[in-house]
Ligand binder design. Structure first.
Ligand code: 5GP
Ligand code: ZN
Length: 146
């Protein structure tokens, strides 16, 4: 990792290389903090990635201010993606950690256009017994107490 004034980059990160212009991308939008471009291996045409220009690995590492700006930009770009692709809907997803399917360890949000009957399956659901649900509810809530 190299930190130079406000610049934070990771030398071997593919998305940092895209930000620097060392690897080309099909750019859709940028401002001083954020870059959006087409995913190289799309689930559907128009599959978009939105990244902070600074290298942060996942959502827990993101500065609140950058995350808030990225959320606003995601809304703006989602509208453009939906209109341009004539999508019936879209997924906004974001993977954190290899176990969650993260392959590029530079924070990114996916916008995936979706079409009625496109056959893409969502995740399977589980039946969790009520007492286990209560326990996990209490456990998570306990980490949220100020
Ligand atoms: P993840 O699984 O980490 O959430 O998603 C990483 C995404 O980055 C994948 O959908 C993959 O296709 C995309 N990707 C990986 N390398 C490149 C690249 O060099 N250029 C672009 N445009 N997308 C990439
Ligand atoms: Zn990076």
């Amino acid at each position: 990792m190299v930190q130079k004034n406000t610049e934070v980059i990771s030398m071997d990160c593919v998305f940092c290389k895209i930000v620097k212009g060392d690897i080309p991308c099909q750019k859709l939008y940028e401002n001083d903090k954020i870059l959006a471009f087409l995913d190289i291996s799309p689930i559907h045409k128009g599959h978009t990635l939105i990244i902070p220009k600074e290298h942060h690995e996942n959502i827990l590492d993101m500065p609140d201010e950058t995350l808030a700006e990225l959320a606003k930009t995601t809304k703006k770009i989602s509208k453009a993606v939906k209109e341009a692709t004539n999508a019936d809907g879209f997924n906004v997803t974001q993977n954190n950690g290899a176990a969650a399917g993260q392959a590029v360890f530079h924070f990114h949000t996916h916008i995936i256009p979706r079409f009625d009957g496109d056959g893409l399956k969502t995740w399977p659901h589980k039946d969790i017994p009520e007492e286990e649900m209560k326990r996990i509810q209490e456990d998570i809530a306990s980490f949220l107490k100020d």
